[in-house]
Design a protein around this ligand. Structure first.
Ligand code: SF4
Ligand code: MG
Length: 335
């Protein structure tokens, strides 16, 4: 059976003064109904660009230059964008870190949710209002009726985030794209909102694409994980495999930088030294080599391909251990 979402060798480029810069390079994954996939990596690795390209929201300088995105069997890329406009908000919804980007500041909250329900689900004004209030209650907003009349700026950040989630979920989308949706919230509210997303997913079979730099959230939410570095997938696996046996040095580094409660606070954040390269300054060979503790000569010269490291597990590193093959480095030959 076809998957709900198929991203196939996606390449995204942005026009700049320095020419076209490739921001997402050959990213592929699939997502089925009711499943959650997480894309992780530091800022600037192409996570958000990947999710924005699914929504067709790359802006005027960005475009999909290769590959294809399919939703429910229909191709989203390369067309006029009409199909995407029809799907956006109804079958595909998105929530962002900053709710003000998707809430209209001059329209009361209730009206915005009602409009969205009326537009996408073709309900009467009265029905839409009742659904909007019910949805606000569902996302844990007290005094939902009163909040309906308020404007976005009258609410706290946490409340706005809940409103945005209510609006995204009100139309019962098949796919929810959540880009750092809880990053700006305190941990208690974050936990509540993640719980809510899981519950709504169970009820409605929603597929979730989760973009985050927080591995704690990944462990809690995801079935599948994609780790991105400098625009490329460097590791992909199911969540258990990724946490039990991460193979890429970048993934291992991310794991080490997760705060652990049993550690002294000074030791907690062992972030990976160095920074994600700028698009116009991509290193030769393996893009991670300037920051990698295991880099060898070959890593500077030749770019590794994404290869299989076991069932459903792929890794982009010359040192990848392949099942049934004792030696690792040098194994795949030059590419
Ligand atoms: Fe490190 Fe080399 Fe693997 Fe890149 S290919 S992650 S530089 S060991
Ligand atoms: Mg981002």
């Amino acid at each position: 059976m076809a998957q709900l979402l198929e991203v196939d060798r996606l390449q995204v480029a942005f026009r700049t003064d320095q020419g076209a810069l490739i921001s997402v390079d050959e990213v592929s994954f699939t997502l089925g109904s009711g499943e959650t996939i997480a894309i992780v990596g530091e800022s600037g690795c192409g996570k958000s660009v990947t999710s924005l390209s699914i929504m067709g929201l790359l802006g005027k300088n960005g475009s999909v230059t290769q590959g294809e995105i399919r939703f429910n069997g229909s191709t989203l890329t390369g067309g006029s964008g009409n199909l995407l406009r029809r799907l956006r908000g109804s079958e595909i919804a998105m929530i962002f870190q900053e709710p003000m980007t998707s809430l209209n500041p001059v329209i009361p909250i209730g009206e915005q949710i009602e409009e969205s329900i009326r537009l996408h689900l073709k309900r009467s004004r009265k029905e839409a209002k009742a659904m909007a209030v019910a949805m606000l209650r569902k996302v844990g907003i007290p005094r939902a009726e009163a909040i309906m009349k308020e404007y976005p700026h009258e609410l706290s950040g946490g409340m706005r985030q809940r409103v945005m989630i209510a609006m995204a979920l009100a139309c019962n989308p098949k796919l929810l794209i959540a880009d750092e949706p809880t990053t700006a919230l305190d941990v208690t509210i974050q936990a509540q909102i993640l719980e809510l997303m899981k519950q709504l997913q169970l009820e409605n079979g929603t597929a979730i694409l989760f973009v985050t730099h927080d591995l704690g959230v990944v462990a809690d939410m995801a079935d599948q994980v994609i780790v991105m570095y400098a625009g490329q997938v460097v590791e992909a696996a199911d969540v258990f495999t990724l946490f039990r046996a991460p193979q890429h040095p970048y993934t291992q580094g991310l794991m080490k930088s997760v705060p652990r409660l049993d550690q002294d606070s000074r030791e907690r954040l062992r972030a990976i030294p160095g920074a994600v390269p700028a698009l116009q300054e991509m290193p030769s060979g393996c893009r991670f080599h300037p920051r990698c503790l295991h880099a060898v000569e070959r890593c500077i010269q030749e770019q590794p391909e994404l290869i299989s490291a076991g069932e459903g597990h792929s890794v982009r590193c010359w040192l990848t251990a392949v099942p049934g093959n004792g030696s690792s480095i040098g194994r795949t030959g030059s590419v």
